[in-house]
Design a protein around this ligand. Structure first.
Ligand SMILES: Nc1ncnc2c1ncn2[C@@H]1O[C@H](COP(=O)(O)OP(=O)(O)O)[C@@H](O)[C@H]1O
Ligand SMILES: CC(C)(COP(=O)(O)O)[C@@H](O)C(=O)NCCC(=O)O
Ligand SMILES: [K+]
Length: 279
């Protein structure tokens, strides 16, 4: 079994992948600030031959995780943001400072769709762009839905946006504090994604496919106008591409990769942008 680990600021996600069949056998998540202890939702390490890790948590969290795993597992692979990999040139002035979850997302997106817009809706919302030739432009970081809500301190932190709500409903004026907050932050997030996508496609003169991942991807995606795919395993896809361990991975196949819809035409994206500027 291969253990893939995506340690985010809020949640540490894991999945166990069968190296022979490529099937995902189990998955789980633990709060990043908590230790892995028996009884919590952690994988059975006895069946694990190799581990691949993407971590944006404090250095100490990664060190503790690696120390714990190194005693039990032969191969431990830790992903890093580097200047260039798999045909993509990192757009950061200091490439190693790009969050490695963003780098994994960009590499997975490029391997699947070529040039693309990769959106990660986690503790933060990150929006990254890579052009068809493989040049990563850099990206945008804004607070995620939960962080936005917590920063308001209006006593609404425990009332999350219902992930099954319709986007139209979430865009209405709220008539209670919790509704006003949830609808406000939702509109902030989806407006940013829609606008940034259109601005960058316009400036670069290319219509890019869009991919979304992260804990809030499903609900944010419902407010996104452009064709897109939600790919919960996008960060894991980057780990598979960087550290291919199975024949399928070496052939470039990533588990759970979605079908990516063609983007809208550039003219349509530009017309939408011009319209939003008139409002
Ligand atoms: N069951 C859940 N537990 C915690 N957060 C959730 C859950 N479902 C959705 N979320 C949302 O997902 C975010 C965490 O998403 P995730 O992509 O795991 O973030 P990170 O990678 O930053 O840890 C939270 O901030 C919250 O808004
Ligand atoms: C921007 C992030 C906090 C997003 O992390 P997440 O919300 O997924 O936990 C992370 O990618 C990070 O720590 N990045 C380093 C700064 C940068 O990318 O510029
Ligand atoms: K993430």
């Amino acid at each position: 079994m291969i253990l893939d680990l995506d340690i985010g600021n809020t949640l540490s996600k894991w999945r166990l992948k069968d190296a022979d069949s490529s099937e995902i056998r189990s998955r789980g998540a633990v709060w990043t600030r908590e230790e892995w202890k028996p009884g919590s939702d952690i994988p059975d390490l006895d069946v694990v031959e190799a581990v691949r890790i993407s971590s944006v948590a404090r250095q100490a969290v990664l060190e503790q995780t690696v120390a714990l795993l190194q005693n039990r597992v032969r191969g431990v692979h830790v992903a890093r943001s580097v200047p260039e990999a798999l045909g993509v040139v990192n757009g950061y002035e200091e490439p190693h400072r790009l969050g490695v979850d963003r780098w994994m997302g960009v590499l997975a997106g490029y391997q699947l769709a070529g040039g693309c817009c990769a959106v990660d809706c986690g503790s933060a919302i990150t929006i990254d762009f890579v052009l068809p030739g493989g040049r990563h432009l850099g990206g945008y970081i804004l607070p995620g839905l939960r962080l936005m809500k917590e920063s308001l301190k209006l006593g609404t932190r425990n009332v999350a946006i219902d992930p099954d709500s319709e986007a139209e409903e979430l865009l209405l004026p709220g008539r209670r504090t919790v509704e006003a907050v949830n609808h406000g932050i939702y509109l902030a997030a989806v407006s940013a994604v829609n606008r940034i996508y259109a601005e960058v496609c316009d400036r670069e003169g290319v219509a890019l496919p869009m991919l979304l991942t992260g804990g809030d991807a499903r609900v944010v995606a419902r407010g996104v106008h452009s064709p897109h795919a939600v790919w919960p395993d996008m960060v894991y896809g980057g780990l598979e591409a960087c550290f291919p361990l199975t024949a399928a991975e070496r052939a470039g196949r990533m588990s759970g990769a979605p079908r990516v819809p063609a983007p809208a035409g550039l003219e349509k994206i530009r017309a939408g942008l011009a319209f939003s500027m008139l409002l």
